[in-house]
Design a protein around this ligand. Sequence first.
Ligand code: ZN
Ligand code: ZN
Length: 884
Amino acid sequence: MSKPEKVDLKILGRVRHLIPNNFIIERIKKHEVQKNTGLVKTIELRSSKRFTLEQNDKYDEFCDVLDSFTFGNDLEVIKQFDNFKETIKPKIAKGSTFGVVDGVESIDLNTLQTKKGSFRTIQDKTNLIVFWSSLVPKSRRALEQLNQMLKQNQDLKLQIKPVAISLDGDFNNLRSYFRDNKITEFEHYRFSLGWDSSNEFQKALELNYSPKIVVVGKDNYVVDVTTKSKKIENIINTYFKLAESVEESEDIQKPKDIIEKETYKQIKTTLIQTIANQLSQNNKLEKSDFFKLNLIKSHKISHDGTQELVERSQLHVAYDVSVQSEQAIVKLLNELKTQLGNNHIQIQKQLVKDTNGIVKKISDAFQDALKQNNKVVSDYTIKTESFNYVNEKGVFQQDVSQINKKGIQNLTFQEYQIIQSQVEPIFKKYQEEIDESDEEHDHDSEQQLDRDIVNNHINQLTDTLRSGLQLTVGQRFQAIQHYHKFGKDQQEVIEHKENEILIIFYWNNNKESDRLIPTIIKFLLANEDSFKDKVRFVALSQHRFDHYQHYFSKNEGIEEVIDFYFPTEENQADLVQYNVTQFPHFVVVNKIGNISVLSGQVEDLESLIEHKLEEGVDNLKQIVNLSEEKYNQIVQFLNSDALTNLAQLNNKRQFSLNITFIEFQCGENRTRLAPILNYTIREGKEKYFETYLKLLNKVNQFQVNKTTQKTFNLLFPGKACKLCQNELNEQTPQYYSPFSDAFYCVKCAEVFDAKAIGNNKLRVKDNLIFFNAPLVDKSVLNDIDVNRLGNNLKVKKGDPYSQRHAIDCNGCDNEIRGFRYIVLNCLPGKLTDMALVDFCQDCFNQIRQGGPHLEKIVKRTSMYGYNPSMLLLRIPFYMGYYEY
Ligand SMILES: [Zn+2]
Ligand SMILES: [Zn+2]
């Protein structure tokens, strides 16, 4: 009785004629046991040869036909054939032809210009070809190491042709890499389209991972492909020694084991019934230890479907474990030998790595560097205590936050750099060692665990080092180094001079910085005389100058108003020091050299600086350190009757105030910085605050950051519509233009001609304020932020314009299309996150007509203090979030 034919063999039989005759197909039954996954039984199909790159069409045809037969089968079968395709598809590997690389351009290292073309190896020379990308650290490293190796080994270099082909999609990245790194031993090319999944050559070489380093021998045959630069010298020398006798070989078929049927059966039974369990119960091995056993039986399937046994293996063993587990492995192997007999075990991979040893070496190196510089790591805490004035209740609410850190106290910028330069190469060395311990991808997850241990440790030490450097508000400013001024090469130290206010503006050419620069220019020009020798404004760029060439040619003359500086290297330590995590970022230093602002947002730089100019140096000098006694006095004062003086200011939209204490504690040592007083006040309301401020200053001196809010009030209602003269009163919803001081009825204001162009679509072309009359809450007419009104921008002739606002509606979360409505009465501020509340046309209709969704809209926006009486500014076209 013959067994029914297996599904996979049936399918194979139907596509066999599409596979060339000289390809040997094997069917491999595998029993595999891994420590972390247990026993897995698989059946694999594998081809001895691959389609060549030139036979790509035939391969595609084969796949199409195969897919039509596997369609509808069990997932297992589909997966089996997907794996089979992998073994037969065109691949550039050891022994195959290298071919021609299309879609590349050559790069001239001197001019950094490119020339289109293709790349062909030199037939009578050994070619060393590195595929890499400037964005992948591992591949950069490989290229740099090979470049170094060739520089020191010119004999070798003369015998080969070194070529580097980049996969960078963005040529700018590559350019800036080449400006900083001289990779002169290589001839350079790049794929014009970067990594491109439709490029057959890239697919065949599996260039989705880089680096790939290929040695191509005479006659265009691939000698070897690897990811490890350290192997290259050996590969080339071995090739030279073998008299360059590489021929088309594919996998050179090693003679395979065929052991006795009975013995095989016995091994299999023991593996399945006992060893698999023993291994899964073994608790001597770590999670990051890799240990694999497998047993193989394989048949050759000929064209007519007949099978011939080609392998019945012994038990194969592969492992990659930590030193700590070595004993356990030896014991395990001995047990296997006792169970199966000495001859029946074949070790195929044995790697032992010392992750804990590496971690210890890293720690030691770090400690050594600290010792040499007389520094120690200590535990410390930073406590921030804020007293926030709650308008509704007329009292202060206290918030305390505490961060525990490990750090190095009193670390200067120079010391940081010295220690950093000592430990960095060591960190890098061990990171590489663990990164490149095994090239095969058979146990990625276990390898990743080891990498994580090492990398986490390095990150922790880096953090410790950086913590010591980080400065907070209230501390002394430290000079910033390694920047050069626009148009100059030599570096300049950015220092603080006594009596001068220093404003550092960290910027990048992004949208957020772009928005601020015009304001800054205006502010600097308007105050040129009063700032002279008193205020210094510098812009420190995120990137090196090269990055901004286009920006400065587009904004010519800008550098004459703002002092731009550029770092000599990216990611310098001052970014750590001043806590710069985004751009823009402001650092403001007061007259005596203390940091008074460290923030991404400054609402009103002008009033802040004005106030800083008024501060007396003598007063400031008194307030460097705060005693416990003083602290208690202040806290007492904050809770005292003096609060009644703020009664006139009990309006969230007119006034906000907080007082912050920062305290460092390291062991018994405690330092409390002078308190910082932040307040925002409506213009004209200062007199209500002055009495309180005087009383406060009697208790102690403060560092003060003041923001003045410019506001306006509106008159309501209008008498008649400017266009149709219809009467308006307290009961009629209506529109108003503060720009032309005119009221409009709803009918006239809402005319919209879809066929017209730009602002001509509207009968009233101004941005308009909507009054949702009758007004339940009349206070919405007062204290409106001037900032909030915007500039009444219009679409210029020929400008592209759109009613898709690229903003989500706060009422319904949908993207705003049609008109955008900005609430004018929410919390103060132009730049704060809570300040801008937007609605879409649908939500506007709900608000105006009191529709069924109004309740939901109010609920969603109550945290911004929204109520449906509030005024709405109508914006017709989108020109940017703050552009209206
Ligand atoms: Zn009208
Ligand atoms: Zn909406």
